[in-house]
Write a protein of this length. Structure first.
Lengths: 273, 240
């Protein structure tokens, strides 16, 4: 009988993270309909908003700005969207395939699972955002590289916000069961208009502006537009976005840990077994 | 201080909205021991198992696996535990070998392919390695599920209704495989089942639960004697 050799500590964690990422790669490979989130929606969005931008540019004086706002907005929006949807639906996959109990009864720690799903989510994100950027360039001559190096911090902040929202969704699914899964897709469509994705937050109705101002996405999109227009580095917006993102991540982690405790205390695992 | 057992649960209590599911259960499984947890539907068997595995938090009581206290040392404890249940499906979008490799990695194994092959060989289902989970019969799924549970040669193997709805041939193969694992590796077994014949053949000790409490605990022969029946099935009907 072959001997059993076991990893310990960081090496064991690394391979667990990789194993979870690989498990989700198999799911995507064998579920072509999942490409809808990664390819189809992004392409539909960029064509929709890019075309509105081009139409507006033709009708309004100096409306090149509108096209820029829309194209920068749609490309950056898909960073949030892909980050959020890949992590949230990654966990939902475990509920659909009823593997929650089997995973809970392994030495895997919660953060290793989240890291594994998020890691494969990065691959999906590259696919989705790549598709958006490619269509924006091919159809509307918009190069995402016009954001320059500023693209990196803006995309990193939006990525982290997407993960924070996904943690919140996972917490809701742990607490309320499959009934909450619609939020995996729906919650983003509450965040998007409030975040000034395609317009400055000052364009929102006055009553909604304070909410928009509180969201880190609002400041990240504003920073992205500033970079695209070649303005000076918007440190103020980046700082607000970073602070807000840190708060959202802390709240997201705190909420999911709390809900996992409730999940175990109330025996909700039997919903998925 | 008592030596570490494979499992030591003391004073487990769990209430749900509908009432108390487990009411002060003490359960110890010694290293290498084969124990059956029996009782009618709703007796609290699965809740007890889930608390012992850290998937459900007890309202009161403590759980130790190989001396590791839950939930604080959950990861260390579960590294030495294998678990499967007859009601758990295999993931739909994975091949058997991919599924086994996943759980081998989660257990920290350096050579997941070797472990997967050895586990499939043990239960005579190597030919299923490339099959998708959805292509398997219920018996094959059970065998693959048990192969998954023993990949890392656990010190404690917890099986919830492992042979439910299996034909006698597959059930025999499962029992034989489990006895071999226990004998070769010193793996302790904690099994729930409604099949009393299977329990008598597989387990050295039986713990009966009724209404969330332990109502009998001993070898099958002792329990049969104590209640004056011919077999465990008679005792089961008596205690249910």
């Amino acid at each position: 009988m072959p001997t059993i050799e076991v990893y310990h500590g960081a090496a064991a964690s690394f391979w667990r993270v990789m194993a979870i990422a690989r498990r989700h790669a198999y799911v995507l490979q064998r579920s072509p309909h999942r490409l809808f989130d990664i390819i189809v929606w992004p392409v539909v969005d960029v064509i929709l908003f890019g075309t509105i931008g081009v139409f507006a540019a033709g009708r309004l004086g100096g409306a090149g700005q509108v096209a820029l706002y829309l194209l920068v907005g749609v490309v950056l929006w898909h960073v949030v969207y892909q980050a959020q949807i890949s992590l949230a639906t990654g966990f939902l996959e475990e509920t659909w395939s009823r593997t929650v109990l089997s995973l809970l009864v392994t030495p895997m720690r919660e953060w290793e699972y989240v890291a594994g799903v998020a890691l494969f989510g990065l691959v999906k994100l590259l696919g989705g955002v790549g598709a958006v950027a490619l269509i924006a360039w091919a159809a509307y001559a918009f190069k995402i590289t016009t954001l320059g190096w500023g693209l990196i911090p803006v995309a990193a902040l939006l990525l982290a916000v997407g993960w924070a929202i996904a943690l919140f969704v996972i917490g809701l699914v742990l607490r309320f069961g499959s009934g909450a899964e619609a939020l995996a897709w729906g919650i983003l469509f509450v965040v998007m208009p409030l975040s000034g994705t395609f317009y400055p937050v000052s364009a929102l109705p006055a009553v909604l502006r304070p909410i928009g101002t509180l969201l880190p996405t609002t400041h990240a999109f504003a920073a992205g537009r500033a970079f695209a227009q070649g303005a000076a580095t918007p440190w103020h917006e980046l700082g607000l976005a970073a602070a807000g993102t840190a708060v959202m991540l802390a709240l997201g982690f705190g909420y999911v840990v709390w809900m996992l405790r409730v999940f175990r205390a109330r025996g909700f695992v039997t919903r998925y077994s | 201080m008592s030596p570490p057992a494979a499992l030591r649960a003391a004073g487990l209590v769990k209430s749900y909205r509908r009432g108390r599911a487990v009411d002060g259960v003490d359960l110890t499984v010694a290293l290498g021991e084969r124990v059956a947890l029996l009782g009618p539907n709703g007796a609290g068997k699965t809740t007890t198992l889930l608390m012992c595995l850290g998937a459900v938090t007890p309202d009161a009581g403590t759980v130790e696996i190989l001396g590791h206290r839950l939930p604080r040392e959950r990861s260390h404890a579960l590294a030495r535990v294998g678990f499967t249940a007859g009601y758990l499906p295999l993931p739909e979008r994975m091949r058997v070998v991919e599924y086994l490799r996943l759980y081998a990695r989660l257990a920290g194994l350096r050579r997941p392919d070797v472990a997967a092959r050895a586990a499939l060989d043990r239960f005579g289902v190597s030919h299923l390695a490339r099959a998708m989970g959805t292509e398997l019969s219920s018996g094959q799924k059970t065998l693959v599920g048990i192969a998954k549970a023993v990949l890392h040669r656990p010190a404690l193997l917890v099986l919830d209704e492992p042979t439910a709805s299996l034909d006698p041939d597959v059930a025999l193969r499962v029992r034989t495989g489990l006895r071999e694992i226990s004998a070769e590796l010193g793996t302790a077994l904690l099994v729930t089942s409604h099949n009393m014949v299977e329990v008598e053949r597989l387990c050295e000790r039986v713990v009966f639960l009724s209404a969330g409490q332990v109502v009998a605990n001993g070898t099958p022969a002792q329990i049969i004697d104590r209640y004056g029946h011919d077999d465990l099935e008679g005792v089961f009907l008596h205690l249910s």
